[in-house]
Ligand binder design. Structure first.
Ligand SMILES: C[S@@+](CC[C@H](N)C(=O)[O-])C[C@H]1O[C@@H](n2cnc3c(N)ncnc32)[C@H](O)[C@@H]1O
Length: 250
């Protein structure tokens, strides 16, 4: 993980769930359902949540299997994993380290790997996807959940442009999985978001997306003024569209 991405998540860790997710249980339930229906898990599956963050979706997976291995390079994020359930097994590592074998998982082979909104941080994605595919047992699944390169969030124009410049195309992720020998499907689902404008602006000011860490304080405040100009309404509503790239080992 590059220093700046690591700093971003370690700084954000304590407020991450508050910012975006835990205050939105409806979204978490919706997303957990979309993930579970695609990963098609069984009680004795060996499951990895790679780039698990604070474990919001690891917890949802753990409801279906005995334990989930939660991998993340940010100690701050891992420290937020729920401790009430022994079902989450933390591993401090990046996707690159797991894919190369530099960090070994508790299992040599796994049945399901979830990578939700983390693959955009990974360097040499094709190599990493190939390394991870080698960890899949026969019948194993790898699910990448990612935003498309063009999003309709009520952010300022430059932020949306920078997002598009850096976000991997789901078609390229699918191609990397195919090159790794997996049978791939790409599907999309959309969640309608609704935020009080003041709350959304506070999230932007708190740099709730890693993308916002690329702007200094003055640029961010200019961006916030642009959001306020473009969105005089009290409530912001927008579509949050996700790509689900599912690779299956034969
Ligand atoms: C947007 S958060 C998503 C967290 C979680 N998957 C979720 O959906 O709530 C991105 C996560 O990717 C992790 N990350 C950053 N670089 C990574 C890498 N090279 N390999 C694996 N995870 C990485 C960050 O530490 C962070 O926890």
């Amino acid at each position: 993980m590059s220093g700046s991405t690591g700093d971003h998540y370690d700084r954000l860790a304590a407020s991450y769930d508050e910012n975006w997710a835990a205050h939105n249980e409806a979204f978490n339930d919706w997303m957990s359902g979309r993930i579970r229906e695609r990963l098609d898990m069984h009680a004795d599956d060996r499951v990895v949540d790679l780039g698990c963050g604070t474990g919001i979706f690891s917890t949802a997976l753990a409801a279906q299997v005995r334990e989930v291995v939660c991998v993340d390079p940010s100690p701050g994020m891992l420290a937020q994993l729920p401790t009430t359930s022994g079902a989450l097994v933390p591993v401090h590592a990046s996707a690159e380290e797991v894919a190369s074998g530099d960090v070994r998982l508790p299992y040599d082979q796994v049945d399901a790997i979830l990578i939700k909104e983390a693959l955009h941080h990974v360097h040499h994605r094709e190599t990493v996807v190939a390394g991870l595919a080698r960890l899949l047992a026969p019948g194993g699944r790898m699910l990448v959940v990612t935003l498309p390169a063009v999003i309709s969030y009520p952010l300022f124009r430059r932020a949306l442009e920078v997002f598009t410049e850096h976000q991997p195309d789901p078609a390229d992720i699918a191609a990397a999985m195919r090159a790794a020998g997996l049978a791939v499907t790409v599907t999309y689902d959309t969640y309608r978001r609704e935020f009080a404008r003041d709350r959304y602006v506070a999230m932007v000011r708190n740099r709730y997306m890693s993308l916002l860490s690329t702007f200094d304080d003055a640029e961010l405040e200019n961006g916030i003024r642009e959001i306020e100009r473009e969105h005089p309404e009290q409530m912001l509503e927008f579509d949050d569209r996700f790509a689900f790239v599912l690779g299956r080992h034969s």
